[in-house]
Design a protein around this ligand. Structure first.
Ligand SMILES: Cc1cc2nc3c(=O)[nH]c(=O)nc-3n(C[C@H](O)[C@H](O)[C@H](O)COP(=O)(O)OP(=O)(O)OC[C@H]3O[C@@H](n4cnc5c(N)ncnc54)[C@H](O)[C@@H]3O)c2cc1C
Length: 371
């Protein structure tokens, strides 16, 4: 299958790493991204050792590390502000840190630039309006009125995937967990040199992103799944931070720009049935979206893209590659979704409280295994 012509639907994290991995395998790759501005919100993301290994496999690790802030442990604090644990995380790529905090826009730039220089094409403001699979290829119609024929279509179009409706029309809708997360960027104080996680009914984390920048996340119970208007968002976030320890409280006054607050209700989905139909396959959040409690959602999407490209190279036909891809990925992705959900439910009283240090240790161990 050396000459496959592949359409990737979605130019987010998983779509871009797919494009890079597929180009490295020698396939022809076109991406369509429905957002005409290809915009990404301005806070950050935590990535762990398995993701740094994946970036090394993709050949982008130096640009990627340069764009973020590396660190080798996670600091755990209790709500009083006392530090109770430092969890060392294993380095999987010699000479590179175990974890990286990176701005989402910085990550997007690294991956977008590499996908394009590797020879993928991208059309912005375009989506798929029709898919006809005749068994030997796919005729695809696009929202800009054009049509084209492909050997394979990859749905990397996120939590509310349109391509999932083609692959698994009976899939359950994404489910809300009763929690939301608030994020905000700050200048990085010199003592924030690792992920600092404050466990409690309101979870707070400080994540270094560069020499000068960090972001704060705050997870809050949101049983009614309230929609917060943009106007007043900063005051609403400040209100969620009452009673926090001095290090967090000292930052609260800086939260004053409604447009810089990123609030999201937390949702998950896990497709237990097939991840493909005919020549169309799903990856990333389209097939297994997790709450962020283990900081591994994007990591799973990135690993997916490497495994999928590998199986397309190794197998004799797309459907065998898709079946092998799912078999290699489903247990690890399900683990991340289920354990993240368990932490969330423990925090909101919907399930037993989870020892987050122990769970983080276990997750490091599991994700260190080869993909
Ligand atoms: C609050 C929060 C915090 C998180 N923090 C972390 C973290 O610290 N670490 C981590 O690893 N993960 C984290 N994640 C998870 C991570 O953001 C996702 O797992 C990751 O973005 C999934 O990548 P994806 O490419 O599958 O989907 P996305 O990143 O959502 O990309 C999908 C892309 O497809 C495009 N698209 C959608 N529909 C169409 C269509 N019909 N046609 C064309 N294009 C389309 C979208 O515009 C988008 O560009 C977090 C998630 C949340 C909600």
């Amino acid at each position: 299958m050396k000459d496959l012509k592949i359409l990737v639907v979605g130019g987010g994290i998983g779509g871009l790493t797919s494009a890079i991995a597929l180009r490295r395998a020698g396939f022809t790759v076109a991406i369509v991204e429905k957002d005409p501005d290809w915009s990404v919100y301005g806070v950050g993301i935590i990535q762990q050792a398995n993701v740094i290994r994946a970036m090394s496999d993709l050949g982008v690790v130096d640009d990627y590390i340069d764009a973020g802030f590396g660190f080798d442990s996670v600091e755990i604090y209790i709500p009083t502000g006392q530090q109770v644990a430092t969890i060392p995380s294993p380095r999987l790529v010699p000479g590179y840190p175990a974890n990286l905090g990176i701005g989402r826009r910085a990550l997007h730039r690294v991956l977008g630039d590499r996908a394009l220089t590797a020879g993928a094409t991208i059309r912005l403001g375009v989506t798929v309006t029709g898919l006809e699979d005749d068994g030997s290829g796919l005729d695809v119609a696009f929202s800009d009125g054009t049509t084209d024929r492909y050997d394979v279509v990859i749905g990397a179009d996120g939590l509310y995937s349109q391509i999932r409706e083609h692959v698994a029309p009976d899939a359950p809708a994404p489910a809300f967990v009763g929690q939301g997360v608030w994020r905000y960027n700050f200048p990085r104080p010199a003592d924030v040199t690792a992920l600092c996680a404050y466990d409690g009914a309101i979870g707070v984390g400080l994540v270094p992103l560069s020499d000068t920048l960090m972001y704060m996340y705050v997870t809050t119970p949101e049983p009614e799944n309230r929609r917060y208007p943009r106007s007043g968002l900063a005051a609403a976030m400040r209100g969620k931070l009452e009673g926090q320890p001095p290090r967090i409280a000292a930052l609260v006054d800086q939260i004053n720009d409604d447009d810089a607050v990123v609030y999201k209700p937390l949702e998950w989905i896990m497709l237990e049935g097939p991840w493909h139909r005919g020549r169309v396959v799903l990856l990333g959040d389209a097939v297994h979206a997790t709450t962020p409690h283990l900081g591994q959602g994007a990591g799973m999407a990135i690993e997916d893209s490497i495994v999928l490209a590998d199986e397309l190279l190794q197998q004799d036909d797309p459907e065998s590659a898709f079946t092998a891809f799912r078999a290699r990925r489903i247990d690890r992705c399900r683990y991340i979704v289920e354990k993240s959900k368990a932490i969330s439910f423990g925090q909101t009283g919907q399930g037993p409280r989870v020892d987050q240090s122990k769970m983080t240790h276990e997750m490091f161990e599991l994700t260190a295994r080869p993909i």
